[in-house]
Design a protein around this ligand. Structure first.
Ligand SMILES: CC(=O)N[C@H]1[C@@H](OP(=O)(O)O)O[C@H](CO)[C@@H](O)[C@@H]1O
Ligand SMILES: [Mg+2]
Length: 550
């Protein structure tokens, strides 16, 4: 075994010193914080990505530089494993440890220990493909990443400015090239061609959909949606808004999927553009989340979130599987989190198996892999559909006995091409939604009426130490602080259709309180009473108690 290239790491590491007063964490969304403090993290991630590739026998690893829906001054970085999935969780803590070594010497010792413990064969090749979103801090951070790749001797491929899901696609396409599982050509052209060819086949016998308004969050989704529109040609026209990717401060500002979900409002930049009866959607800053909305006939804004997308898509796939005559051998299931609207869970559970897992895409993704076809969406609009290898083989080998069965199987096969199965993908999900709407001849109104959302409220509570909050049952119940869950239960019992749960955030230094009830004012009241309880029970200072807490 050859050793670490210590001299080269040392020399380059000196150019990327760690800020002394900061503790970094590789969390649910990778490293994410103010861009101005991330230089050393990117350098070290470059080395880590190289080591991950060596550990996996030279398979290509992805690195995405983005802070998604966060404000423009933030940035972040996450690693992508060879099949396009999130980094294996055991490596998250190694990433955290390496990022916090205080000096170059300490960093090198930590690397040496890691290489030994993880039994990494340094003589293996290392390959990494990387990309960034449109943030102004991106280029400098990418150059720190490239120093890391150089230090460990990894081959880097720069995929430029692109979306998170395209980077995930590229990783899988590169690693499956020339195999029976080839995912597509390993280029952006390959991605757009794959998606749009499948889309065109799926809607070929349907009327052309009315043009769709897309809020691009002033981010990288604007570039991607523009290219997608070119590949779609006349089949489907996209009206792109919030495309100012170079305007200072515009990214995610009062627009984008997260804004729509958290404020339950239309971005004001669209208010003069969207017409009653029209549908539109918002992407987030790296185009992996999607929120739909429509204005009803009276011009009222109606949000169609990840739960509504899951309901629409899952019911459609179940219908197709049945129409194909495959319902005995292909089982469709849905994965949600506790934040899924109770009405969506009820709607889905009446039709197919539904599983609830902890917050965070990796939990949903892994649970969805256990179904033949697993549909997963977070309420915030991040999700996709996974077809198991067995299911893909069944679809490929199936001999339909009627023309109707044959059409249904063809549709299913085209869906496997349309859907980005590596990760949630706003553009792929958008085409998927449009396919279902076209097949069902639904507008926003019909889709929205699948079920009626229960009124709900999400509240943040700032506490002294959120780590004392421990949960069980897919985060729906607290075991610590002891006794708090009983108090929440007795509050919930007072509200018709009441549901509430409390969990520590994995991405912000807060505790989140979610509440639902049959009436909006009651959902708000329940949320603020539970928030008040959490605050008081964990020693919150009465002087700074938020006044809306009850
Ligand atoms: C209530 C909520 O929307 N939580 C979000 C948020 O996680 P928290 O752990 O709740 O901070 O960020 C995650 C990463 O983007 C996302 O997966 C999740 O859905
Ligand atoms: Mg995102």
């Amino acid at each position: 075994m050859s050793g670490l290239p210590v001299a080269s790491i040392k020399e380059l590491s000196e150019k990327h010193p760690k800020p002394s007063d900061i503790k970094f964490t590789y969390g649910t969304a990778g490293f994410r914080t103010l861009a101005s403090v991330l230089d050393s993290v990117l350098f070290r991630v470059g080395i880590l990505a190289g080591l991950r590739s060596k550990k996996l026998d030279g398979k290509t690893i992805g690195v995405m530089v983005t802070a998604s829906h966060n404000p423009e001054q933030d940035n972040g970085v996450k690693l992508v494993d060879p099949r396009g999935e999130m980094l294996e969780s055991s490596w998250e803590s190694h990433a955290t440890t390496l990022s916090n070594a205080s000096s170059t010497d300490e960093f090198i010792s930590a690397l040496e220990a890691f290489v030994r413990d993880a039994k990494i064969d340094l003589s293996k090749p290392a390959r990494v493909v990387y990309a960034m979103d449109t943030r102004p801090s991106g280029p400098a951070l990418v150059s720190a990443l490239e120093d890391g790749l150089r230090a460990i001797g990894a081959d880097g491929r720069n995929a430029g400015v692109t979306t998170t899901p395209i980077l995930h696609y590229l990783v899988r396409a590169i690693n499956t090239k020339g195999t029976a599982e080839a995912y597509g050509d390993d280029s952006e052209d390959g991605y757009y061609t794959k998606l749009t060819n499948a889309f065109k086949k799926l809607v070929s016998a349907k009327p052309t959909p009315s043009p769709l308004l897309i809020d691009c969050a002033n981010g990288v989704g604007a570039n991607a949606a523009k290219k997608l529109a070119e590949y779609l040609g006349d089949t489907f026209s996209l009206v792109l808004e919030n495309t100012s990717i170079t305007a200072p401060g515009a990214l995610n500002n009062a627009c984008g999927a997260d804004f729509v979900k958290t404020t339950q409002k239309l971005p004001s930049s669209l208010s003069n553009i969207i017409k009653p009866g029209q549908r539109g959607c918002s992407l987030d800053g790296d185009a992996d989340r999607l929120m739909y909305f429509h204005l009803d006939d009276r011009g009222q804004f109606r949000m169609l979130d990840g739960d509504k997308i899951a309901a629409l898509v899952a019911a459609f796939i179940v219908e197709l599987v049945k129409a194909a005559g495959l319902d005995e051998s292909i089982k469709v299931g849905v994965v949600q989190t506790a934040y899924a609207n109770g009405a969506s869970t009820k709607y889905l559970a009446e039709r197919l198996p539904v599983k609830c897992v902890s917050t965070g895409v990796k939990h949903l993704h892994h649970a969805a892999e256990h179904y033949d076809v697993g549909v997963y969406f977070e309420a915030n609009g991040h999700g996709t559909v996974l077809f198991s290898p067995d299911t893909l083989a069944k679809l490929a080998d199936y001999q339909p006995s009627t023309p109707a069965q044959s059409t249904a199987v063809e549709h299913l096969v085209n869906l496997t091409q349309l859907i980005n199965q590596t990760v949630g993908d706003a553009l792929s999900d958008m085409l998927l939604v449009e396919v279902v709407l076209a097949h069902k001849a639904y507008g926003g109104l019909e889709w929205d009426s699948l079920y009626v959302d229960l009124p709900n409220r999400l509240v943040k509570v700032v506490v002294a130490d959120r780590h004392i909050f421990k949960t069980v049952d897919a985060e729906r119940r607290l075991t610590s602080p002891v006794g708090l869950q009983d108090k929440i239960d007795s509050l919930v019992g007072k509200y018709e259709g009441g549901r509430s749960f409390v969990r520590p955030s994995g991405t912000e230094d807060v505790v989140r309180v979610y509440a639902e009830a049959v009436v909006k004012s009651q959902a708000d009241e329940l949320a603020f009473r539970v928030a008040g309880l959490v605050y008081d029970e964990t020693g919150g200072d009465p002087a700074t108690r938020p006044k809306e807490f009850l």
